[in-house]
Design a protein around this ligand. Sequence first.
Ligand SMILES: Nc1ncnc2c1ncn2[C@@H]1O[C@H](COP(=O)(O)OP(=O)(O)OP(=O)(O)O)[C@@H](O)[C@H]1O
Ligand SMILES: [Mg+2]
Length: 587
Amino acid sequence: MTIASKQGAHSIQLLKRCLAYFFRYKARLAVAILGMLVVAPCAAASAWLVKKAVDDVLINKDIVALKFVTIGIVVLMSLKGVFRFLQNYYMNTAGLLAINDLRNELYAKIVYLPMNYFNESQVGMLMSRVLNDVGLIRASLPSMVMLTREFFSVIGLAFYVFYLDWKLAFWGTLVLPAALYPFIYYSKRMRKLGRRTQGHVSDVSVRLQEGLSGIRIIKGFAKEQAEITRFLDENSKLVASSNKQILASEQSSRVMETVGSFAAGLVLWYGGSRVIAGDLTTGALMSFLTALIMLYDPIKRMSAANIDIQMALTGAERVFEIMDKSDSIVERGGSVELAGPFQEIAFEDVLFTYDGTNRPALDGINLQVKAGERVAIVGSSGSGKSTLANMVPRFFDPQGGRILLNGRPLGDYTLNSLRRSMGLVSQDAFLFNATVRENIAYGAEGAYTQEQVEAAAKAAYAHEFVLELPEGYDTLVGERGVKLSGGQKQRLTIARAIMKNPPLLILDEATSALDTESERIVQLALENLMQDRTSIVIAHRLSTILTANLIVVMSEGRIVDQGKHAKLLERCEIYRTLYEMQFGAAH
Ligand SMILES: Nc1ncnc2c1ncn2[C@@H]1O[C@H](COP(=O)(O)OP(=O)(O)OP(=O)(O)O)[C@@H](O)[C@H]1O
Ligand SMILES: [Mg+2]
């Protein structure tokens, strides 16, 4: 197979996939097609009535014909209106629903992509695929219908011109094959430019997303102007490639017209000389030329439809690229439901390296945590503590060694049951822009009561400040919880974990220091949370390490020592330094 035909096959494949989304709405499409089939003859019939009006009414002054024509035109026009409505309304709603399905499926796919897929720059890119690229696909079916319809018009009109005068028709359609080359050339070009433009749309959306989520930093560093310039740069690239697209689209239409004018020129030259020679009437040549011009009209429309299809295919490529992320990339759990009490989690010689780095973030990790224990992980920044914690809910899977939960590898359990059995409180307190109540109850399975929410809030020392909020538990906390203080946000995330009531708790203590008073309250809240639970705590607080059953000391991705505070102080150099720097001096 040649490269061109491979690409062709690929495009057809893509197009079929797009159309399959429309074909889910067969009833709507059927009505739309019915509408289309009625509208076309209605238009022809009203043209015929107009001719009758001229001939019979105006010229022959036939009063019966006047009534007939008047009623006929009104009826026909109304019919045409009704069926055109059916055609447009149902075609458009089918498109809307198809796009809706596609967008939902895409989001569902994205949410199940694994953690390592989401870094800052990809968030904007993914948003752009959901919002922009999916939208492009909407034109695919209507344009395909248009292409098909115009194709038949071309065939029909071609027969007609050959029927009128086959010699003239020969000259008129001689240049038709010449239209094929620009048709293919511009298809390819539009596709290439489309890809580039959508890439830039995505870059702009990345910029926008980053700028808006970092607005506090931008303002704090008085960098508004620099950010505007960066945005302008990105945007001007988008404008440049869109400009090329407009140019190519215009060129393509004009080239088609020029080809058409060559055809008309040839016919005029050949037909004109026959008129001069006297073996063709002027009227016959004129009517032939009119038919020929009519023939090139659908060709132009086919070319326009083709451009829309190419754009839709560009969008489809980008959408299906994500939909087709192989199953190895999608998060996969096992089939065992994790049930029964938590017994033990064990790391055996775990090795893990982040994509795109060479140094392992975890190397030869051996660790056992038994039910009811509190294990504190300490280590300098970048030593791998958060990475270790992230292995437990399988945000990342080890590349070497294994992690056993209740004696079975983590991968055996369904992701759902695995993650339901653990509570995560991460370093950065993240809240959804929802009410306080919804945020606290986020992890609750099924229905919950106000009492449960309040009990969790009370245990997290959040109840009182929540009551002071303008609408209490119904207060919206703003995006990421911007309307709350750092300590309040932390307490709500603690309440959220308490509400979930998991047997295993993974707690990445916030490094950002709170003032002494809120610090004390957060600490009390955490004590309540950790009570009667197995917890793995990445410790930044002295109180946490002092109450831990086991302290694990990490350095450069390895566990260098583990034991109790007093013993470690005695024998572990790294722990001593850490203690003096992080915990000792501050408290
Ligand atoms: N998403 C990532 N991609 C690539 N490398 C990463 C990623 N996250 C962390 N790392 C690297 O892995 C190492 C361990 O990072 P980790 O976040 O586990 O450190 P940490 O001990 O939690 O530090 P801190 O106390 O500052 O939170 C670091 O060298 C870091 O640069
Ligand atoms: Mg960390």
